[in-house]
Design a binder for this molecule. Structure first.
Ligand code: SF4
Length: 495
């Protein structure tokens, strides 16, 4: 079983630890810079990239506005094609449904396609608790699982590991999970890939149950789509007798035609490929072709609540390409684990607090895990304005107040450290609402500027330790304006 994020400290604390790890920073810098440069070249090849991006945004927004309609259409299509649809309100319900389905087959092991949704709900841990072993078959997920580690990137979960570390994990751990690593394994990519291939092959051939997520679900035909680069997904989707797919309700698109957009934008944004190497689609079940039993578990787990937030709902457009992670200066330095969630980086900073709520210290800290530079928005293939949502969520955290979570009202508590910010904002609000007081304050600040400290006292010290405090001018702007414009106020009247 992989490690979990339960009990992780808030982002500032976890990030402080992470940035001290020079190996981690070197691994991340090398990997993210390589992927981001390749992505930029792949995107630049298309003259109509901006139109594709806009089309992706529009399709997703339209679908989210009519989500109920398309979900019901999908259920009907999947059922007509021989599949069974289950609805899961939260993680516990989804885990219970899947565990019961696996138990009903009489099997005690399953093979898995890489899936963010099943990581989000902690499915592997839930299955393990019931004596069912789940084997990850994506190479990076396998590294994470064998290393009892946690994923740190959406697309490349073991991005924080280098080749030497991977060789050591394979040598040490493969034997206790199945076929051991070959004797004298080196750290060349070809040898590492071959070791993984041999280790996984016996699992593919033995497994009777496969578990997947899906990148897209097509409402009109009930078709599910998985895109991947290694072919392991294709094996899990075709060889077992039973296939169980756990998919977030936002992964739906109305028609096959809509896929045309995403099958162009997703590979270029994620792996910088023009076309995805393996694109598997399946519709229900077919005689003597692939699994004979198919279950689709539709997962809410906070998505309906997210949809209710007019600003925050755009996070549900995400197609999990990870382009925003690869350009983020904060992610590049802090790494994925510091985000305390299976969704790291900029998208994690806006998605996790919405799916899980901002009540916990870690979720309340995530909207601040950004410099708001906007690089994430620039590269996002569905134009999610991540900085806008971050600021919106910061406001929510600072204000406290109520949100609806799983159908009930929850009172948000400002996280530790935000009380000072709230007090400062209140003071600013008070001053800006009283021009006379503001003018007096500005004159006082100008008159005393020579004795202003260079750093802030108390909790503000950490902020000013790495920033220059702005210099207060000798004369407030309004006084200067009046003096140089014959006594006119900045609004044009005489004072
Ligand atoms: S937010 Fe945009 S860039 Fe980031 S993973 Fe999602 S789709 Fe990709």
């Amino acid at each position: 079983m992989s490690g979990t994020f339960v009990g992780m400290p808030a982002f500032p604390e976890a990030a402080r630890e992470a940035v001290r790890n020079t190996t981690l920073r070197a691994n991340l810098r090398h990997a993210t810079h390589t992927i981001r440069d390749k992505r930029a070249r792949a995107v630049a090849e298309l003259d109509d990239w901006a139109s594709l991006r806009e089309a992706g945004k529009q399709i997703k927004d339209h679908t989210l506005r009519n989500l109920e309609h398309y979900l019901l259409q999908l259920e009907e299509s999947v059922t007509a094609a021989g599949g069974t649809v289950h609805w899961a309100g939260d993680a516990d319900e989804a885990n219970r449904i899947v565990t019961d389905l696996v138990k009903a087959t009489g099997e005690s092991e399953v093979v898995k396609v890489k899936s963010m949704a099943t990581q989000e709900i902690g499915l592997n841990e839930a299955l393990e608790a019931e004596g069912i072993h789940a084997y990850e078959t994506d190479l990076a997920e396998l590294i994470v699982q064998l290393g009892k580690d946690r994923p740190s990137h959406i697309l490349v979960p073991a991005i924080h590991r280098n080749r030497g570390e991977i060789r050591d994990i394979f040598e040490k751990e493969m034997g206790s999970w199945g076929r051991p690593a070959p004797e004298g394994l080196t750290d060349t990519p070809a040898e590492l890939a071959e070791a993984a291939r041999l280790h996984l092959r016996e699992k593919f051939l033995r497994a009777k149950v496969g578990i997947s997520g899906a990148n897209f679900m097509v409402a009109e035909t009930g078709t599910l789509v998985v895109v991947e680069s290694e072919g392991n997904g294709r094996m899990c989707l075709t060889l077992p007798e039973t296939l169980i797919s756990v998919v977030g309700i936002e992964k739906i698109v109305p028609t096959w035609r809509d896929l045309e957009v995403f099958l162009q934008t997703l590979p270029r944004s994620s792996t910088a490929e023009r076309m995805n190497p393996y694109t598997s689609t399946w519709t229900g079940t077919a005689r003597e072709d692939g699994p004979s039993t198919f279950h689709l578990v539709l997962l809410d787990n906070g998505r309906t609540d997210t949809l209710a937030d007019e600003v925050g709902r755009q996070a549900l457009r995400c197609i999990r390409c990870s382009a925003c992670l690869n350009v983020c200066p904060v992610y590049e330095r802090a790494g994925g684990h510091a985000y305390g969630s299976v969704y790291p980086g900029p998208i994690g900073a806006i998605l996790s607090p919405q799916l899980r709520g901002t009540q916990s210290e870690i979720d309340a800290s995530l909207p601040y895990a950004s410099s708001l530079c906007g690089a994430c928005y620039e590269v996002c293939p569905v134009a999610i304005d991540i900085p806008e949502v971050l600021v919106h969520l910061r406001e929510r955290v600072v204000q406290g107040g109520e949100v609806t979570r799983h159908g009930t009202k929850v009172t948000l508590r400002p996280a530790k450290g935000h009380a000072a910010e709230r007090a400062a904002m209140r003071a600013a609000g008070w001053a800006f609402g009283r021009p006379a007081a503001l003018r007096t304050g500005q004159r006082l600040a100008s008159g005393t500027r020579r004795i202003h400290p260079r750093t802030l006292p108390g909790p503000g010290r950490a902020w000013s330790a790495t920033r220059d405090l702005p210099k207060v001018p000798a004369e407030p702007f309004r006084d200067w304006w009046r003096r140089t414009n014959g006594g006119q106020t900045e609004k044009g009247g005489k004072k």
